[in-house]
Design a protein around this ligand. Structure first.
Ligand code: FE2
Length: 493
């Protein structure tokens, strides 16, 4: 349900046990290659999100739901009904399908499951089940009209907020309904709606025609990247990957476990458009040396020559961004590249993509405290000083724009701006348990998907953490995807 491509829906199965609760603290340094679930200890400490008392949880859940709904209505209120019903790309649903789907999932999980109330519109379940209908087929369904979809999701929301008002919210791990622990199911549904909002934002990017969205530009660079080293040494040794204490973390982020990562060098910033242009100018797209066999085959078959939405303009390049055609800005992270392009660039640069474990260690490991933190800057929720998130802007910020969001080792912009492709397949963490249903992420595990980390400018903070995992096919590039590169640090511990 978290992938940019696969927002799943399925019949819920009521869980019978609470989620595992263990610490995210690094408890052992004895095994440099350890990889396994940590022993169970009570959840506490600075790695834990603060909202534990029921009223604070209720407030947090209500705010997350309302924030998501405001964004959904903005994304669907800025175009007319014909545009809402149109399919702007076979990769995407009509916007009006997403609109009713978020309400249908909310009805299933908050009204029926959490509230144990009768179904409001059970006849809609099949039509808005993502597994029953591939995106390409959805325009042919007898979908609710935009007005009826808005009325339906408003009705569901009224019931859902009433359920929230009356719910006996408990801290996870305590006795009672596991879905209500830490208000998890409300957080799950708020994240689900925000993830569909990100998908709808991608639909807006694919849509042709005049601009429908506007936003302020992101901040300029506050530090000159040329004044900083171009790469950072991340020391070797085990660190705590994943989480068992983050209240609204999804099943694929769990549990906390030790992962061994040898020392490596990581780019200080994501790869910029200017750097990527050097790869293009060096005929990187025409040299099979830099491409994997599958990547070269795809590059040829799809005739890839530049990132999606780029077009040549004499000696330069233009890009189309939400209905505006503009020169490609050199200092922004490159975006709309597929995994094969990222992999080829890294090889051309004499480097490689970081593994998912390397990325998370760079983003969470505190070398002084030996602890894994929630974000590169610490445990505080993301603010506008930390990262470009939440669709405050409609583009990545230039590199150097968020020094307050850098990691202790000096890696910048790991969170926000662009999703970052990693070298890794989407696989379960050791000790994984599907929750609250198998189709949430388990059915997507395997080599067909590559993991992306860090979130992009269109990702809401509620759906972005140092542990958050996104996944997609290696050919996809309509998503807000970029990357950074790494290399081994031989002889360094
Ligand atoms: Fe979904």
């Amino acid at each position: 349900m978290t992938s940019s491509t696969h927002y799943a829906a399925a019949r819920p199965r009521r869980p019978t046990e609470g989620r595992q609760t263990v610490s995210d603290e690094l408890t052992s340094r004895s095994d440099e290659t350890a990889s396994g679930a940590l022993a169970s200890v009570p959840a506490s400490g600075p790695g834990r999100s603060p909202a534990a008392d029921p009223e604070a949880l209720r407030e947090r859940a209500a705010t997350a739901l309302l924030t998501a709904r405001d964004r959904t209505l903005a994304l669907t209120g800025c175009v007319d009904d014909d545009e809402l019903k149109a399919q702007h790309s076979p990769l995407m649903s009509p916007l009006v399908w997403d609109l009713a789907h978020v309400g249908n999932q909310e009805e299933i999980w908050l009204v029926r499951e959490a509230g144990r109330r009768p179904a409001l519109r059970p006849e809609l379940d099949a039509m808005y089940d993502a597994f029953q209908h591939p995106r390409a087929d959805r325009p042919a369904l007898p979908l609710l009209s935009p007005d009826r979809a808005r009325a339906y999701i408003a009705d569901v929301r009224e019931h859902a907020l009433d359920v929230l008002d009356r719910a006996a919210l408990k801290q996870a791990g305590g006795r009672g309904d596991a879905l209500l622990g830490d208000a998890f199911v409300f957080g799950m549904i708020a994240q689900h709606e925000q993830q569909h909002d990100e998908t709808m934002l991608a639909t807006h990017q694919l849509r042709r025609g005049a601009a429908a969205l506007t936003a302020a530009d992101p901040p300029p660079a506050a530090v000159d990247p040329a004044d900083l080293p171009c790469e950072v040494l991340v020391p070797g040794g085990p660190f705590v990957m994943g989480t068992s204490t983050e209240p609204w973390a999804l099943d694929n982020e769990r549990p906390a476990h030790l992962a061994g990562v040898p020392a490596f060098w990581l780019d200080t910033f994501p790869v910029t458009n200017a750097a990527y242009r050097r790869f293009i100018d060096d005929d990187g797209y025409r040299d099979p040396r830099w491409w994997s066999d599958a990547g070269w085959e795809h590059r040829q078959g799809a005739a890839l020559e530049a990132p999606l939405f780029w077009q040549r303009d004499g000696d330069g390049w233009l890009r189309r961004r939400f209905g505006v055609v503009e020169p490609v800005p050199p200092h922004e992270p490159v975006m709309h590249v597929c995994w094969y392009e990222a992999d080829a660039y890294a090889r051309w640069a004499g480097r490689r993509l970081p593994t998912e474990a390397e990325w998370e260690k760079a983003a969470r490991h505190d070398p002084d405290g030996g602890r894994s933190r929630r974000y590169p800057w610490g445990d505080a929720d993301p603010g506008p000083q930390h990262a470009n998130l939440g669709q405050r802007h409609l583009r990545p910020a230039p590199v150097g724009a968020y020094p307050d969001g850098a990691s202790p080792l000096g890696v910048h912009q790991l969170i926000g701006d662009v999703w970052e492709w990693t070298a890794s397949d989407f696989l379960p963490h050791p000790g994984f348990t599907a929750y609250p249903y198998k189709e949430y992420s388990e059915v997507f595990f395997g080599p067909q998907y590559k993991v992306l980390r860090g979130g992009a400018f269109g990702v809401d903070p509620v759906a972005c953490r140092g542990t958050f995992r996104n996944w997609d096919h290696p050919i996809r590039r309509q998503i807000f995807s970029g990357f950074r590169t790494a290399r081994d640090a031989e002889g360094v511990r």
